[in-house]
Design a protein around this ligand. Structure first.
Ligand code: HPA
Length: 274
């Protein structure tokens, strides 16, 4: 058996020893949403990553590192509290393993959230951006290596990576809540350095509106296995070179925390309506 697939099966067995919960929607929490499950989810079961055999454990401070199973309204969800980033040193196949795991557990839909730098000059810190498309040219593709035929095809189509159906619903949900939603293209770079001003000019010329260090690789893995995907970025700062300010994780965290309440409200509305 393919060793990436074998690892996925091992993780599945670990989880299934703990719970037989059947999620419909998978949710990955980005910066600022870390405590989403504490307030918005009727929790049935939490499984720390450390309890899952062979699972990559997150090293980012402020990321809790567990799966939470429960209900948002009436919707059965699995929430990834603390994602795995490529810059932590894991191979891309490990970075997307949690996504594949949540898909294998039965989640047909994936809601992605993150903190991102604004590349589009119209954006302001605290804005929300619905992800319309992504650019992953600057990171290794998570599907590189032998194809896992059990999950999907060798050459997956990416012409609608982010579901048009979900995007239409999300725009309506945001409008009904009075939340102003931007829409744009998310570019994933590896991090952990923030970008240089020259790199930001480059990705702007490529067509990016926001930049970050996660998410798009998860979309690829999810689409490969046929999940329907949507994503929302919290624009926490303007990207490098766009202001005189230096970039810091503190600023990212502060903005994310400032708008966290609204972000949580939006995500709950999204889950209940998609
Ligand atoms: N660049 C990359 N990742 C980020 C940024 C940024 O400016 N802000 C939040 N995450």
């Amino acid at each position: 058996m393919n060793e990436v697939y074998e690892k996925l099966q091992t993780c599945m067995e670990s989880v299934r020893k703990e719970t037989d919960f059947q999620p419909e929607v998978a949710l990955i929490l980005g910066s600022g949403l870390g405590d989403y499950a504490d307030t918005e989810v009727k929790v049935e079961k939490a499984i720390p990553y450390s309890k899952i055999q062979q699972f990559p454990t997150s090293t980012v401070p402020g990321h809790k590192g567990q799966f939470v199973f429960g209900y948002v309204g009436d919707v059965p969800v699995v929430v990834m509290q603390g994602r795995v980033h490529y810059y932590e040193g894991y191979p891309m196949t490990d970075v997307v393993l949690p996504t594949r795991l949540m898909g294998s557990l039965g989640a047909k839909k994936l809601v992605l959230t993150n903190a991102a730098g604004g590349v589009n000059y119209h954006f302001r810190p605290g804005d929300f951006m619905l992800i319309a498309d992504h650019i992953t040219t600057a990171i290794p593709n998570p599907l590189i290596g032998a194809n896992i035929d059990e999950l999907g095809v060798r050459f997956p189509d990416m012409s609608e990576a982010y579901s048009l159906r979900m995007r239409d619903i999300i725009k309506k949900v945001a409008m009904d809540m009075g939340i102003y939603l931007r829409e744009g293209v998310y570019a994933q770079l590896t991090g952990p350095t923030y970008e240089t001003p020259a790199e930001i000019r480059m990705i702007r010329s490529w067509g990016a509106d926001a930049v970050g260090m996660s998410t798009a690789c998860e979309t690829i893995a999810a689409r490969h296995m046929g999940m329907e995907v949507c994503g929302i970025s919290c624009i926490t700062n303007l990207a490098a070179g766009m202001t005189r300010e230096k970039l810091s994780h503190k600023e990212v965290q502060e903005t994310a925390d400032r708008v966290a309440k609204q972000f949580k409200q939006l995500v709950t509305g999204v889950i209940e309506n998609i």
